[in-house]
Design a protein around this ligand. Structure first.
Ligand code: NAD
Length: 344
């Protein structure tokens, strides 16, 4: 007998039922955030890592060693053929992800892939067609993070009036910040549903390109998003207002000043309740847990075992990709000020 869910493992899996996982891509994010989770899932007897693959054989070998795995590869197709995993985890740069999804899907292997899963919405749509009903999960980690899950519980069944997000970073003048800003877009969609209309303004303030999005969801919630990559300090705050509750999420991204964050609910004019790591029994030093990586792996395992379909799929995250692409077009245009209006 076993059970594992949002709370983590309650009963352990019998040895024979461990899920066989193979990993492609053992770079920075994979090592810092996914490897600790894989270690934990191995310790919880839920999985066995049967292969690790990277173009850099040394990196794959040291990654595999940490996970008690002997089999190291530099070619994904060879790894899949030799190890026959039940699930493949794709943790490579976005420009490579789409090709690997094609390869993995052609071999009929369920997969989890880091966000965004393709460099364009056109390629994303092609992947939807290729992948069909094959089990997969697109790893937008915030969807699975304990605070966002808590926020969704706190407003369950209620109509959102307004959803705002301040998504700031410090000294992040990346050539393409859209692949980071995509987190705010996807989290807002996860909280309030698909968007019906948006207005995107971009403007260079001095040497910094900022983005401001407002619009409406299909359900009629007003959305308001500020994306500011280079400010005094990073913050990622979500504000959700319904008739009964105002919910405030201080998202626990490891590089932000207000880590480890909290969720707060305010009701009845003055009543206020805060849920942080202590109240939610979460380890404040466990970045992968707080940011949602552990629970996204659990969601993938539940999908692999046919217990619960993954909610974060290529199909359900297509609009996230379309909105991200609007940001990218603005960046590529090089214009100092732009206003774009989109109806979906
Ligand atoms: N969820 C988040 O907040 C978050 C944060 C950072 C990165 N990411 C995502 O994680 C992914 C990986 O990012 P990273 O920072 O680890 O990148 P990285 O450049 O540090 O590592 C990527 C690794 O993939 C390997 N690789 C590339 N092509 C390959 C191939 N064909 N076969 C096997 N290995 C291959 C490279 O050798 C490298 O080791 C990206 O998709 C990125 O968008 C997500």
């Amino acid at each position: 007998v076993y059970r594992y869910g949002f709370e983590g493992v309650i009963f352990k899996m019998p040895e024979s039922q461990k899920t066989k996982i193979a990993v492609i891509g053992t770079g920075t994010w994979s090592t810092n955030m996914h490897q600790p989770v894989l270690k934990r899932l191995i310790a919880e007897d839920l999985i066995e890592v049967v292969g690790a693959c990277d173009l850099r054989e040394d990196a794959a070998a040291s990654y595999a060693r940490e996970l008690h795995c002997q089999d190291v590869f530099t070619d994904p197709a060879t790894m899949i053929e030799k190890t026959d995993p039940q699930g493949v985890i794709i943790l490579v740069p976005t420009v490579v992800s789409a090709e690997l999804i094609r390869q993995v899907a052609a071999l009929g292997k369920p997969f989890m892939v880091e966000k965004p899963p393709a460099p364009s919405s056109e390629e994303h749509q092609q992947l939807i067609d290729i992948v069909g009903d094959l089990t997969h999960l697109v790893a937008y980690n915030r969807r699975h993070s304990p605070y966002i899950t808590k926020a969704r519980e706190l407003i369950a069944q209620e109509k959102i009036q307004v959803l705002s997000c301040h998504f700031s970073r410090s000294r992040r003048r990346d050539p393409d910040f859209s692949t980071t800003a995509v987190h705010a877009i996807d989290t807002m969609r996860c909280l309030a549903g698909d968007w019906a209309r948006m207005r995107l303004e971009s403007c260079w303030t001095g040497e910094v390109l900022n983005f401001f999005i407002d619009g409406w969801t299909v359900e009629g919630a007003r959305i308001d998003l500020q994306i500011t990559p280079d400010t005094g300090s990073g913050e990622e705050h979500y504000f959700i207002r319904t008739h009964e509750a105002n919910v405030f999420v201080v998202f626990p991204h490891w590089s932000l000043a207000d880590y480890p964050g909290y969720v707060e609910v305010r009701r009845g004019k003055i009543e206020c309740q805060r849920f942080g790591p202590a109240e939610m029994d979460l380890d404040p030093n466990d970045r992968a847990l707080l940011s949602g990586i552990y629970h996204e792996h659990l969601a993938f395992l539940r999908a692999l075992r046919g217990e619960e379909p993954a909610a974060s799929t290529l199909r359900t995250t297509l609009q996230t990709q379309v909105i991200r692409e609007e940001l990218k077009k603005v960046i590529d245009s090089g214009q100092r000020k732009m206003l774009v209006e989109v109806s979906f």
